[in-house]
Design a protein around this ligand. Structure first.
Ligand SMILES: [Zn+2]
Ligand SMILES: [Zn+2]
Length: 173
């Protein structure tokens, strides 16, 4: 089954009874993702998403989401373009009523699954804390802010003279 998940996916149309499951393949748009003041764009949107779902007893659901996404955005160390790849996996369940009440925040009106919102949140949760242009990005020069990856290994600053020595020199006759 293929569908575009710009609108929440209608689970009711699957007509599943408890114990039955289905794998659905659809595509979702997640827009841009802002993280720590940087904006990351998911390339090739809408991106393919696979959802394994099963109907559980008591009008419940169990869901598993899987997607592979490529992002574009600034390196968190040097701000050069970075293109991290991310394999996203997430699980959700819904078990309405009773003592073990479980709400899935992406399940709207009991049978509409908001795949775009779920994928988006899963991407944010799976993003590494530092997104690098390459794994050993040397970052920026502390003195002048130049990208050390392009400045080369010879990049070097003469340390400015220690101001305390300058003060001593002024005392000399
Ligand atoms: Zn970098
Ligand atoms: Zn420098």
């Amino acid at each position: 089954m293929t569908a575009t998940a710009d609108e929440p996916f209608d689970l009711g149309a699957l007509l599943l009874v408890p114990g039955e499951g289905k794998r659905i393949e659809l595509t979702a748009d997640v827009g841009e993702i802002e993280l720590g003041g940087n904006v990351y764009r998911v390339t090739g949107q809408p991106v393919p998403v696979r959802i394994d779902l099963s109907r559980t007893v008591g009008d419940g659901w169990a869901f598993r989401l899987a997607a592979s996404v490529d992002l574009e955005g600034p390196c968190t160390r040097c701000l050069a373009p970075a293109a991290p790849h991310l394999d996203v996996e997430a699980r959700e369940a819904s078990r309405p009523g009773g003592g073990e009440d479980l709400q899935c925040p992406y399940l709207l009106d009991d049978d509409l699954l908001d795949v775009s919102a779920w994928l988006r949140d899963s991407i944010v949760l799976n993003l590494p804390s530092s997104i690098l242009c390459h794994s050993n990005c040397p970052g920026l020069c502390e003195e002048c802010g130049i990208r050390l990856a392009t400045a080369g290994p010879d990049h070097f600053h003469e340390k400015p003279p220690d101001p305390r020595w300058a003060a001593l020199r002024d005392l000399e006759p």
